[in-house]
Design a protein around this ligand. Structure first.
Ligand SMILES: Nc1ncnc2c1ncn2[C@@H]1O[C@H](COP(=O)(O)OP(=O)(O)OP(=O)(O)O)[C@@H](O)[C@H]1O
Ligand SMILES: [Mg+2]
Length: 418
């Protein structure tokens, strides 16, 4: 029986889906986590510091000395560096650690993509000690509107569009404070990027020896114009034309080569403009939150199944998506406050095409909107014959849901009726 060490951040949404897949593959699973985590289906656990990849890799190598491992895999962004450092030392399948480190640092990523002449927004780094005049100069360099973002966060936290230099100055202060509160070093620069107009897509893929297999391309049918970039709808297959989709795929493959990513899941975001694809980001991980539940391959394999099978070098019979069209809605957080309830769940579930709803913030907990927030409120899943139908089902479900705050007015749902 193959044995896998799964690195699971405490706040991960994905542990149970990976454990289900491991069961289907008949694997023995050990969980590596910042805290002692006992999960049903796992045979043991290892307490390690995922934020210190070197010490985590050391502990994993020591574990392998006693209990040999066949794969070390991170279920989310946070553990990816520890997983690849350990995998490299143990001779297991995985990406080069430098490539993963580069993909987790938005400035290093941009610099490597630029050196390889990959299509991407103009960008500049703003040092923490820069004066206002420096930002004015950089905004002129990359052009307005621009996007200000921390180099190390995810889930669109701290990503802010600015249309004028005055707005950029405000955005810089806000992004910096968000980054520091999230644990980033105060010495970290911010990125200032040209704002790329045009529709955005997500590429979900897997790399084998550097070759990209595209598993799904999702459209994000809600326009993402800012100033904050809340993710709402993902619908696959993409409704882009064949030429644009080719540009998306070839640009993603070229970007993975530029970063030297070679093995395992890839999650890329690109905008499409003028027949060209522009890289917003390429990450060495799979799709976040519970969004992977929209995907099923061959005769019922999950994305987690494919990722585990790939890490172990096991063949899979098909990488074809099982459903004609599928999509997910990440419930928007319109305003901050304490969540009282999400009403209308039954009505939303009754919408034809809706196959599931998972709420991931419990009543009584805080809802924090972007750009400060970093948790998803919940996920609605839909399937159907065509992407248009799936999108309509998700919008109809959203219109049935009513997010209520304690002692507050209902939060208006921005995406409804768009
Ligand atoms: N240069 C840009 N031009 C246009 N839109 C951008 C740009 N940079 C970021 N965005 C928008 O902001 C979103 C989040 O940015 P980015 O992917 O860099 O941050 P993130 O925190 O890693 O996000 P996530 O974890 O949600 O993927 C993008 O998906 C995109 O919609
Ligand atoms: Mg992103």
């Amino acid at each position: 029986m193959d044995r896998v060490l799964l690195l699971v951040p405490s706040a991960s949404y994905r542990a149970s889906d990976f454990l289900d897949a491991a069961r289907a593959l008949e694997l023995q699973v050990i969980i590596g986590c910042n805290e002692a985590l006992l999960l049903t289906g796992a045979s043991g656990s290892l307490q390690i510091c995922l934020d210190d990849p070197d010490s985590a890799a050391e502990a994993i190598v020591a574990l392998d000395g006693v209990t040999p491992l066949d794969a070390v895999l991170a279920v989310d962004d946070q553990g990816t560096l520890a997983a690849v450092r350990a995998s490299e030392r143990l001779g297991l399948r995985g990406n080069p650690p430098d490539a993963v480190a580069a993909s987790r640092d938005k400035l290093r990523m941009r610099t490597l993509l630029s050196a390889a002449e990959i299509s991407q927004p103009a960008f500049a780094a703003l040092s923490p000690t820069a004066e206002d005049a420096e930002l004015t100069r950089l905004a002129a360099l990359v052009g307005l509107p621009c996007v200000v973002k921390p180099t190390s966060l995810s889930a669109s936290q701290g990503v802010i569009r600015a249309d004028t230099v005055a707005e950029a100055l405000v955005a810089v202060g806000r992004a910096r404070s968000i980054a520091v509160k999230a644990g980033a070093s105060p010495d970290q620069p911010l990125l200032v990027e040209e704002f790329v107009h045009g529709p955005e897509v997500v590429v979900e893929g897997v790399l084998t020896n550097g070759e990209l297999s595209v598993l799904a391309v999702f459209d994000k049918p809600d326009p993402l114009e800012g100033p904050f970039f809340e993710e709402t709808l993902y619908v696959t297959p993409s409704r882009l034309g064949a030429t644009e989709l080719r540009a998306v795929t070839t640009t993603t493959q070229a970007a993975t080569r530029a970063l030297n990513l070679r093995e395992g899941p890839v999650h890329a975001e690109l905008r499409v403009r003028g027949g060209r694809a522009w890289v917003i980001e390429v990450a060495a991980r799979s799709i976040g939150g519970l969004c992977s539940r929209t995907l099923e391959f061959g005769t019922g394999m999950s994305l987690e199944y494919l990722i585990l099978a790939h890490a172990l070098g096991r063949p899979v019979d098909s990488l074809r998506r099982a459903h004609a069209a599928a999509g997910v809605l990440m419930l928007p957080i319109g305003a901050g406050g304490i969540l009282a309830e999400v009403a209308g769940r039954e009505r939303a579930l009754a919408v034809p095409g809706i196959v599931g709803i998972e709420l991931t913030i419990a009543p009584g907990r805080m809802l924090v909107p972007l750009p400060e927030g970093n948790r998803y409120l919940g996920f609605v899943f839909a399937r159907g014959d065509r992407p248009e139908y799936v999108e309509a089902a998700l919008r109809a479900a959203l219109a049935e849901l009513d997010v209520r705050l304690e002692r507050g007015r209902p939060v208006r749902q921005r995406a409804a009726g768009r």
